[in-house]
Design a protein around this ligand. Sequence first.
Ligand code: PXP
Length: 238
Amino acid sequence: MRLSVNVDHVATIRQARMACEPDPVWAAVEAELVGACGITIHLRGDRRHIQDRDLRLLKETVAGVLNLEMSTSDEMLDIARDVRPHMCTLVPEGEGELTTQGGLDIISEEENVRKAVSVLKESGITVSIFIDPDVVQVGRAKAVGADIVELHTGIYAEAVDPGEIERELQKVRVAAIAAREMGLRAHGGHGLTYLNVGPIGAIEEIDELSIGHSIVSRAVLVGMGGAVAEMMSLMEVA
Ligand code: PXP
């Protein structure tokens, strides 16, 4: 299972002072040097962390896959068409939210999502859609032409009692199996940490995880290379 490291919160620290450090581009180099398969960034409409400059530099410097998380807005579609990251992940974006709240509801957003998928694919970009681990949403992702579904692991990550944890894990497993059966690739992400990554890492149908906050938090104390390497070894053990 591969790891794409989300470096948004390196930019969060930089933006806290509107300074030029720490640079998410440097963090990306460190993550790739120890084996991350690629880098994920979310260019938000409010530019609270990642800036347009980061996206452009990362497009030039990332050796593996650069994955741009973005909303389906016309502004973001224009940027993606211009910069052409290797992959885009469509996510819902709410004003004032602390982080992405749940997966994209492809049923209520079908027209926007279908348009975004086709604009991105016309530019040769691989398209992933971030959805709740729900077989109906997986089917809609297939119907609108996505290549990949990223299954939201945040509810699993927040679950506390063992029964709830197992129920949420099972939803992710079932959705990943369904995605594979429909010919989609299955990724996972959101809320994963050094403590909870194991059971998700053991789901064979998921071939990639996108992890950010927990890795950047540890990187502040031990360095980016060490933090990424430790997460990758936990995924390998699983
Ligand atoms: N996947 C998606 C679609 C996200 O929006 C985020 C958060 O930016 C992540 C994965 C990473 O989540 P975390 O920072 O909790 O690891």
